[in-house]
Design a protein around this ligand. Structure first.
Ligand code: GDP
Length: 446
């Protein structure tokens, strides 16, 4: 899910790399690309329009903070706006203060309601609750049996009409289930209702009757995220026909474009509360707008990193280093190198920082082998140099290297390798500062 959208947005942000400031034309071009990316992902047009307008306005208005370069700034804005259209705060389930909490599931046939009922029951059970599953889908052949099988797998009791008792009245079953829950001390009742292949009046009426009979604490609309634009129309029809408090997105593991997930909140005004991403009973979780946004942007926890950077980064120092790197503020020295290393360290342990960066999955091995003490060793060596040597590393000849090695308790080869690496890093950073790469956070891998 969202793979194409993620790739598209990543390309957009890449085009902003190395830019010192965003011109009006940059902002327009970026807005255009984001618009296309969202439309291609099947996001509803009104949602796209609002989204792009908000991003544009903020990109124009916001101060470029010292710790963020324009590319990072835009990523942050897009992230924030994604969180907003996904509903902002995580919406948690409401439980009744007295008596059993009643949750009713509604949606089209095949949306994943029956599977979801069992997943939710297991999730509740794991939180120490005692759910009762109720089979009110008396329409679809085998639905009752399917719920019974799933309930058994989840280790949760299923309330169903006795077989052979006629066709059964789903409203009566729902009503009786609440009485049964009270009697047997189940604290949550999950009512699985019938779906149709398409929206129809009879289906809506039945769902509304069940709703009126049991006054649910939560009515949840279950929708298959893979049906694309249709999801939005269906969501609207159920909102008008039955009404609901929240949405559950299923099949987020599919390779659909994800537009439904991004549109539904904005179009219906109802929050996405849960997400299901697989056929296993454990493939179920509370929906967190912020985490989903980060996932769409393939950001790992880069936002946490950016926020920490904003908090800890010494802006003056960063500016000074940036000036030096671009050749305006004198030479970049070993003192600056050391200072930057300390700035980076302030952000947290090196491996933690690397772990928060996106795309670091493949680098796990290197991450695990990363030696924190390397920074200490570098510090010891630089501190054993004289101020003149730090300011002008070119003067560090053979005999000075031997003395520095002795002073810091390291081998001459360590000093050699540090000095070589310093020159290499300086060259690389100057290239980055003069265009290309991700400037603005010196010393950080971009
Ligand atoms: P209902 O008609 O709404 O009750 O839908 P079902 O619960 O019977 O689900 C329809 C089909 O979708 C079944 O084959 C489920 O295994 C499958 N399904 C449900 N949820 C998910 C999910 O999150 N991911 C995937 N891949 N399949 C799912």
């Amino acid at each position: 899910m969202f793979a194409t959208l993620s790739d598209r947005l990543a390309d957009t942000f890449k085009n902003l790399r190395g830019k010192g400031r965003l011109s009006e034309a940059d902002i327009d071009a970026t807005a255009r690309e984001i618009r296309i990316a969202l439309l291609e992902a099947d996001v509803a047009l009104p949602v796209v329009k609002d989204f792009v307008a908000a991003v544009k306005q903020r990109a124009r208005e916001e101060d470029v903070s010292g710790a963020l370069n324009p590319a990072q700034q835009v990523i942050k804005i897009v992230h924030d706006e994604l969180v907003t259209i996904l509903g902002g705060e995580t919406r948690r389930m409401r439980f009744a203060k007295q008596g059993p909490t009643v949750v009713m599931l509604a949606g089209l046939q095949g949306a994943g309601k029956t599977t979801l009922a069992a997943k939710m029951a297991l999730w509740l059970k794991e939180q120490g609750r005692s759910p009762l599953l109720v089979a009110c889908d008396l329409q679809r052949p085998n639905a009752v049996n399917q719920l019974q099988v799933n309930g058994e797998r989840a280790g949760v009791k299923v309330f169903a009409p006795e077989p052979g008792n006629g066709v059964g009245d789903p409203v009566a079953v729902a009503r009786a289930s609440v009485e049964e829950a009270k009697r047997t001390l189940h604290d949550v009742v999950i009512v699985d209702t019938a779906g149709r292949l398409g929206v129809d009046a009879e289906l809506m009426q039945q769902a509304a009757d069940i709703r009126d009979a049991v006054s649910p604490d939560e009515v949840l609309f279950v929708v298959d995220a893979m049906i694309g634009q249709d999801a939005v129309g269906t969501a609207q029809a159920f909102l008008d026909g039955v009404g609901y408090d929240g949405v559950v997105l299923t099949k987020l593991d599919g390779d659909a474009r994800g537009g439904a997930a991004l549109s539904i909140r904005q179009v219906t005004g109802r929050p996405v509360m849960f997400a299901s991403a697989g056929e296993k009973l454990s493939d179920f979780d509370v929906f967190h707008p912020d985490r989903m946004a980060s996932r769409i942007l393939d950001m790992g926890d880069v936002l946490t990193l950016i926020e920490q950077a904003e908090k800890t980064f010494d802006q003056e120092q960063a500016l000074k280093a940036a000036e030096k790197l671009s050749g305006r503020g004198g030479e970049f020295t070993l003192d600056d190198f050391l200072e930057q290393m300390q700035q980076v360290r302030k952000l947290g342990s090196m491996s933690k920082i690397l772990g928060m960066l996106p795309g670091m999955g493949q680098m796990r091995e290197q991450l695990e082998n990363f030696d924190e003490r390397e920074i200490d060793r570098i510090q010891a060596i630089i501190r054993s140099m004289t101020p003149a040597e730090r300011a002008n590393p070119k003067m560090i000849d053979g005999s000075r290297r031997a003395r520095i090695a002795k002073g810091s308790g390291r081998a001459v080869s360590d000093v050699n390798s540090l000095v070589d690496r310093f020159f290499e890093a300086r060259k690389m950073m100057m290239q980055m500062a003069r265009g290309g790469g991700m400037p603005g956070m010196p010393g950080m891998p971009g």
